[in-house]
Design a protein around this ligand. Structure first.
Ligand SMILES: C[S@@+](CC[C@H](N)C(=O)[O-])C[C@H]1O[C@@H](n2cnc3c(N)ncnc32)[C@H](O)[C@@H]1O
Length: 229
């Protein structure tokens, strides 16, 4: 499974940002800012962004923690990370990008104040193991922040399901040449635990003293925040 996921992201890596921008109408930027706010990260903090991809959330954290802070972005797909250092340099931001699996992080316990993962946890083989591993590298009292798609309900939900099942694969396919990757996205989002169900996964990890779920854009996405034991 993880090899297939890595190959899929490798195949869309160079077109990932532009496709993201088009398909989300730029809203992903607001969601990332909200995730940074909810993390309570502050100037000087050490932040690890897992499954960082092209680095957008890592860059958002670096803007927050400033020059005295440290941000590391990791991903198990080197091709996804390829454009991230140049994006950071263009903005004059110092972020360290490394290849690493979010379920087996090459960092000592308690190395970070915050660990994050955006639109990544849905793709890992074992989300509970990942939540546990992210908590391991964060100091007690620090935060793990997860940004992930949800399943909006009502009229907006119906519109979103139509959009994600028809428009997304068509536009995503045209822009990246990999229609299947943009069929995978709505399919996995529809099946992945959202809201209270995701909080149950956090409980199962046994790693969090407190947890909360914050719905974004009528539940299209959620930010989950866990306080590490
Ligand atoms: C949809 S992209 C999200 C990228 C980025 N976080 C963002 O918000 O745009 C999912 C990313 O998760 C990465 N990924 C999936 N499973 C992973 C794992 N087990 N360890 C590290 N990265 C993983 C993929 O390589 C891909 O870059």
């Amino acid at each position: 499974m993880s090899t297939e996921v890595r190959e899929m992201f490798s195949s869309i890596a160079t077109k990932y940002d532009v496709t993201n921008e088009v398909l989300s109408f730029g809203i992903h930027r607001l969601w990332r800012r909200k995730a940074v706010r909810l993390s309570t990260a502050k100037e000087g903090d050490r932040v690890l962004d897992c499954a960082s991809g092209t680095g957008d959330l890592a860059l958002a954290f670096k803007r927050k923690v400033g020059v005295s802070g440290r941000v590391v972005g990791t991903d198990f797909c080197p091709e996804m990370l390829e454009s991230a250092p140049a994006k950071a340099e263009k903005e004059g931001l110092q972020v360290d990008f490394q290849v690493a699996d979010a379920m087996d992080l090459p960092f000592a316990a308690d190395s970070f104040d915050v660990a994050s993962i955006s639109f990544g946890i849905r793709n890992v083989d074992d989300p509970v193991k990942c939540l546990k591993e992210m908590a391991r590298v964060v100091r007690p009292g620090g935060h793990v922040v997860v940004l992930e798609f949800g399943q909006p309900t009502g009229a907006f939900g119906a519109l979103f399901r139509f959009y994600s099942k028809t428009v997304m694969p068509t536009i995503g396919g045209l822009l990246t040449g990999n229609r299947a990757a943009y069929q995978y996205l709505p399919k996995t989002s529809a099946a992945f635990p959202a809201g209270d169900k995701f909080l149950e996964l956090m409980d199962q990890s046994g790693a969090y003293a407190a947890k909360s779920a914050h719905a974004l854009t009528f539940g299209t996405a959620y930010v989950y925040v866990g306080t590490v034991r």
